[in-house]
Design a protein. Structure first.
Length: 235
């Protein structure tokens, strides 16, 4: 009799686990369908004035990370109603999901603003660019990084860092002030775009572009004539 009860208990527990797996899969599927509704809503909207559009960061789960979607005034209410339903479904699915997740921080892929593509707004990533545009944007990006700090001073010498960039397939360094200012946030965005554009260039032009592995670690700085300089930098 005890053996029968134990067997029944095992079957019951196994069915509970299976039900949880089935339920979280159903919730993930419902969340994906709700996300698809959000994307279709955006596709029905005209670009109009792109200044009326904002970029929304949408969480896709611990194994996927984030995506970006454009949100305009005309669809804002409907969009955020759908997003609220989507987020609720995703949150429920994650709570039931018993699969292990590696403790690796999710990194945001940099975006490059909103453009009108095929008559509809789209948040651009480096993967959207062809070779010509990637090179042009990378060239503009390097100029922005090199000229970002027009008059650096040594008042916070311990916070200045030399960060590596690739220019004309050569390793160079640019100054970066690591503090909590708005400038720091803006510089980090430029630098993340630099890394993303380099990666895209390597994908598009792997036969000619052989310097993608030149990115090394950061360098320390010294102070000379009240100006931070990058220590032992090869320019």
């Amino acid at each position: 009799m005890k053996v029968i009860r134990l067997f029944v208990l095992i079957i019951f527990c196994a069915s509970c686990g299976k039900d949880k797996e089935t339920l979280d899969a159903e919730l993930y599927e419902k969340a994906d369908k709700k996300l698809a509704e959000m994307e279709r809503l955006i596709e029905t909207a005209d670009c109009g004035n792109l200044s009326d559009w904002q970029i929304d960061t949408v969480f896709r789960g611990l194994r996927i990370g984030y995506i970006y979607l454009p949100v305009g005034n005309a669809i804002k209410k409907k969009y955020y109603d759908l997003k609220s339903e989507y987020s609720s479904l995703l949150e429920q699915a994650i709570k039931l999901d018993q699969r292990p997740v590696l403790a690796v921080p999710i990194r945001f892929e940099p975006h490059f603003g909103i453009e009108c593509v095929s008559g509809h707004p789209k948040v651009l990533l480096s993967s959207d660019f062809n070779l010509e545009r990637t090179k042009a944007l990378l060239s503009e990006n390097i100029v922005s990084l090199e000229t970002f700090y027009s008059s650096p001073r040594c008042s916070e010498v311990n916070r200045w860092i030399g960060l590596p960039i690739i220019k004309d397939c050569k390793l160079k360094y640019v100054l970066f002030l690591d503090d909590h200012s708005a400038d720091t946030k803006a510089f980090r965005k430029l630098y993340e775009q630099h890394e993303s554009l380099l990666k895209r260039l390597l994908q598009l032009n792997s036969n000619d572009f052989k310097c993608g592995n030149l990115i090394l670690g950061q360098k320390e700085t010294d102070c000379e004539n009240n100006t931070p300089i990058i220590r032992d930098a090869s320019n």
